[in-house]
Design a protein around this ligand. Sequence first.
Ligand SMILES: [Fe+2]
Length: 492
Amino acid sequence: MRHREQWPCQVEAPNQDSSGFIFGPEFVHFRIWRIFKCRALSLYPLIMKDHQGPSLSTYSMPLAGFGNTFESEAIPGALPRGQNSPQVAPLGLYAEQLSGTAFTAPRHSNLRSWLYRIRPSVVHSPFELHDSLNRGDFRTAPFGDRPPSPQQMRWSPLPIPSHGEKKDFLSGITTLAGNGSVSSGHGCAAHVYVTNAPMEERFFVNADGELLIVPQAGPIQIRTEMGILEAEPCEIAVIPRGVKFQVNPTQNTSRGYICENYGAPFKLPELGPIGANGLAHARDFVSPNAWFETGPSSEFSHELIHKFQGKFWSSQLSHSPLDVVAWHGNYAPYKYDLRKFNTIGTVSYDHPDPSIFTVLTSPSDTVGTANVDFVIFPPRWMVAEHTFRPPYYHRNIMSEFMGLITGIYDAKEEGFLPGGASLHNCMSAHGPDATTFEKASASALSPQKIDQTMAFMFESRYPFETTQAAHEPSLLQGDYWKCWQGLKKNFV
Ligand SMILES: [Fe+2]
């Protein structure tokens, strides 16, 4: 935990309870009740040793490593030995395979897990279109709202819900940009979210893509059918396509970003001449242990929202869908602490291209040209000699959607706010604003620590289109273009 001691990245929940929502005691009760259901029924020895009440340590001992094949059971003996699908599974559980890639995908990229659950996933009422979510701001590409624009765009952070307004994670998502096509399985969407209410008996499963969640302010608990993850600002969590889950703020409010990846699942980038180590280390990714909840059945007591081809469908269940008692495989949610990133940069002059900061990549059919990359701009030393140190002026065939978790981004000292976002589409010029240019051109080039900051980018080969919601004057900064207009002619 040395990283957190060095740099706690304490981005607190944004201004909590201006809403008047009585969040704390009710939600604590909700959590304890849910956890107790698991504890009372699982008899998991580690849990039973906990006499101090429920705590995260009782259910979230992580399984370490990126893409490893794990096995985990919430009750000893729940996992079949020696085979996947015995005639009768242990403890009366149902065996169910969850395939994240085609059966015939090459072994090195084949993703699947076996889940041993109290009821198979097929037990639910018929799907019906969900009215309010289908009219909401959580959108799927292609949108067709307006022509894709080459104009540089920048957005202010989502506002905190107003007095008395409750937003759970699903209703709190606003899509700003997206590209590609969900039906053809390529591209991605860039969402922002703000939530101040638990999902309670509502659960979500996304058939359209995996979700890379980037909390920006306020931590979240992600309860999935394969276990529980907690993520705070400067951590990310990835929920694979098809995994059932819910997200709840663990303080009053949480705000952040989401990359919904319609394409190939994220993986670690190749390291090339860097060698065997560096960037995000596989050992620092963690997946949750098996955890489940069960309880008295009652008809239509739980709702499962299923997103399929851009539409939200609702079905009712008599039980929690988080009822997997044991699982094994390599297709599972995971989290990663961005502060553990091994940042690599120049020790002589100029910049490496920002691909050196790639945490995860979703490849496309063209080698080296990502469907979408997740890239960060973490704290680091700048030591480059006789070099303009901020990011260089740039036009790029790739399209760049950026966000800021905390601190100040080194190309924009003003206007690009934590919780805000920017978009520089394919071949749209961008770079430091006039103030940053003037300052960096004159500053002494002693070693400098860029500290207490964390920006990121969803970088895609496909140009982004924006939603109507992204053009709301309260979000879109209409004067962004002006930040470069002070760049004067210095030619002599
Ligand atoms: Fe760029």
